[in-house]
Design a protein around this ligand. Structure first.
Ligand code: PFF
Length: 522
């Protein structure tokens, strides 16, 4: 069928790698990863993490780059169309693809809000609004006041947080408004190097921390790295650690959610995916393990010691990055600049990720309804702006955690399983192998033929079954949710279901429309 408008494409190979790395490197690397490592006792986390990287993360990266480029060849940039192109005989597979638009949208709703905190904190660092606070209680109450969770001497309303949210939201929308090449690619090519510069400066500062407390000589950077890297084999027996490690790999690489599929759909047929995918994944791991792990963890170890790091991380996912880290930096010379660098690094990481979360919904409207990009972005802006409001105003009622669980954890596993099966079993491993190697600049190690066909799906099924066995009932019945919060959680779930259904109906309409157009052309 003749397409009305030409699909956008990437300007250069470096550009697409930077954009994918930009999507992958995000708040997950610098906030979520250290919190997961620390709350799981350091080294105990790293073995399941690395195993998941090689058995899930890297295979899924290749699968998504390949399927995305394949679907793009048929004019589809999102999972419903891409899945349908792979398995044309199956009428239902496109509905599994709805997750590839739903998931990014749900993550976007809360992710952008958290990202806006980092912009606010960068600004507050420069203006010295919190840089004289020296203890945990004060810093914590600064954060709570800012988030609108309590009124205190720092903030008496949520209005300042809301203003930073508006700036961040508009910035995100504007970048995507300019399209793939002129918007996303251009921003990532500038933001990524800048992010690494901020990270390296902070890393060097942490490495030269010495021993701040002479009474505790063991609290030094060297032992801080030991906390991260000394493996603890007993933790391998804990299914929860495995689940969390696998979940982190998905989240950090942005795989299992549809975003990489969409980005890869803008590649041309002969573009390499093997080396590019591996490069993007490697840059992410460098940023996660080297920068994400080596800044906050050793710094917190030096100032607070091993037991306290664990307690802080367990007390809330934002505490290490928004409370402990600024407190540490406040004790150092040039604290305002260092604190700015830390939060600005987070902001750069956040923006390059959140723009990737917008693109699937926009691509869906463009590709399947022939809506032009600018209008598609506008529609997305209006809908997502409304959807962001509950995350902002009901943060304290557990809405963000709920969105993160479904959008950022549960559906990733299901979606990843569907993709792997489509790739290895429906397309067939021989075809898939040919497809992945089209235009490739290196070959995928042979062992991955076996891994992708058997190990990755088995690993995913095991994760899912373990989860069902251990947590299904308590989560569905909200056993761990206080009675006051239950209503919010229930409404959030109903809202999520509604969004999913609306998207599924849109998919149905899109296919009906295309069918009618095809018939008219005949
Ligand atoms: N990978 C991003 C991070 O580590 O913060 C988060 C993310 C972006 C997840 C895009 C999923 C996604 F599709």
């Amino acid at each position: 069928m003749q397409r009305k408008q030409k699909r956008d494409n990437w300007g250069s190979r470096l550009g697409v790698i930077m954009a994918v790395a930009g999507s992958a490197i995000g708040l997950g690397n610098f906030i979520r990863f250290p919190a997961k490592v620390a709350s799981n006792g350091g080294g105990a986390f790293m073995i399941p993490y690395l195993v998941s990287l090689f058995l899930l993360g890297i295979p899924l990266m290749w699968i998504e780059w390949t399927l995305g480029r394949y679907g793009g060849g048929f004019g589809h940039g999102t999972a419903p169309g891409i899945f349908h192109s792979v398995w044309q005989k199956n009428r239902f597979i496109k509905y599994f693809g709805v997750i590839g638009i739903f998931g990014p949208l749900i993550i976007f709703i809360y992710y952008t809000y958290i990202e806006s905190w980092t912009l606010a904190y960068s600004f507050f660092a420069l203006t010295g609004k919190y840089t004289n606070l020296m203890n945990q209680e004060a810093m914590q109450s600064f954060l709570k006041g800012f988030q609108g969770l309590e009124k205190n001497q720092f903030f008496n309303s949520i209005s300042s947080a809301y203003m930073f949210f508006l700036i961040t939201f508009i910035l995100n929308i504007s970048i995507v408004y300019y399209g793939i090449k002129r918007g996303i690619e251009r921003v990532c090519k500038i933001a990524m190097p800048l992010l690494f510069i901020c990270g390296i400066i902070l890393l060097l500062r942490v490495l030269t921390l010495g021993v701040p407390d002479p009474n505790r000589p063991n609290w030094n950077v060297y032992n801080g790295f030991g906390f991260l890297w000394n493996p603890d084999f007993t933790a391998l027996k804990s299914p929860r650690v495995w689940l969390e490690a696998a979940g982190q790999i998905f989240f950090t690489l942005s795989v299992g959610i549809g975003v990489i599929l969409t980005y890869a759909s803008y590649l041309s047929k002969g573009d390499d995916v093997v080396l590019s995918g591996l490069t993007a994944a490697s840059i992410n791991e460098l940023a996660e393990v080297i920068l994400g792990g080596s800044i906050i963890i050793p710094a917190a170890f030096v100032f607070f010691g091993p037991e306290n790091i664990q307690a802080i991380a367990r007390s809330g996912v934002f505490n290490l990055s928004f409370v402990t880290m600024p407190l540490i930096l406040n004790r150092l010379p040039l604290n305002q600049i260092l604190s700015f660098l830390w939060f600005f690094l987070l902001f750069l990481a956040g923006v390059t990720s959140s723009i990737s979360l917008i693109q699937p919904a926009v691509a869906f409207l463009e590709d399947e309804f022939d809506i032009d990009r600018k209008r598609a972005v506008l529609i997305f802006a209006i809908v997502s702006f409304i959807l962001c409001q509950p995350a902002i105003f009901f943060l304290k009622n557990g809405v963000v955690d709920e969105l993160d669980f479904w959008g950022g954890t549960f559906f990733l596993v299901i979606f990843a399983m569907v993709e792997t099966i489509l790739f290895a079993w429906i397309l067939g491993m021989e075809n898939a192998w040919d497809e992945i190697h089209k235009g490739a600049d290196m070959s995928v190690p042979k062992v991955y033929k076996f891994i992708i066909k058997y190990i990755t799906p088995l690993f995913l099924i095991t994760i899912l079954l373990t989860w069902l066995w251990q947590e299904w009932l308590p989560i569905i019945l909200m056993r761990n949710v206080s009675s006051t919060r239950q209503i919010y959680i229930l409404v959030t779930r109903a809202g999520l279901l509604l969004i999913f259904l609306v998207l599924a109906v849109l998919v149905k309409l899109a296919w009906k429309r295309k069918k009618a157009m095809m018939e008219r052309l005949r």
